[in-house]
Ligand binder design. Sequence first.
Ligand SMILES: CC(C)(COP(=O)(O)OP(=O)(O)OC[C@H]1O[C@@H](n2cnc3c(N)ncnc32)[C@H](O)[C@@H]1OP(=O)(O)O)[C@@H](O)C(=O)NCCC(=O)NCCS
Length: 150
Amino acid sequence: MIYRKPTFKDVEAIHKLINNYADQGLMLARSRNVLYETLRDMIIAEKDNVVVGVGALHLVWEELAEIRAMAISPEVTKQGVGSKIVEDLVVEAKGLGVKTLFTLTYQPGFFSKLGFSEVAKEELPHKVWKECINCPKFPNCDETAMIRKI
Ligand SMILES: CC(C)(COP(=O)(O)OP(=O)(O)OC[C@H]1O[C@@H](n2cnc3c(N)ncnc32)[C@H](O)[C@@H]1OP(=O)(O)O)[C@@H](O)C(=O)NCCC(=O)NCCS
């Protein structure tokens, strides 16, 4: 397994990986536009020249960042790929001076294994919700809010 930053050539594979899960209601869909704009946020996992995992670190406010867009291909789940991507994103976050990571997720069990704890959504700063207005579910968010101090 290779873990690396993506390039434009990886966008179609990332789009497919994320939106296959989004079609099943497991995560939020991402347009190509958003993927291009946030490509530098991401780390991908690649096996035999195929993109099999993705995750992103999105800077939100001073010392605050979000882990998002986690998607691991079904053939390689439960093999530590998601954990490795999160931990690589944590290293990036620490390098930038991030002190608090948060996530809004449908998979709290995965994130709790990685040291995230559930918090009330109201505990997250208002700035966090800026992008939520573009979500089809807004304002009825059914994701779990979790944070990890790093
Ligand atoms: C959730 C997801 C990212 C996990 O990735 P993964 O590579 O399978 O995770 P890992 O193998 O690193 O798992 C790490 C640990 O979390 C556990 N875990 C993984 N998914 C879990 C879940 N949904 N609930 C509870 N525990 C979970 C694993 O069993 C493992 O535990 P262990 O260390 O005791 O063995 C992946 O299953 C996925 O892409 N799912 C579909 C899309 C999705 O739900 N994305 C998250 C959107 S919020």
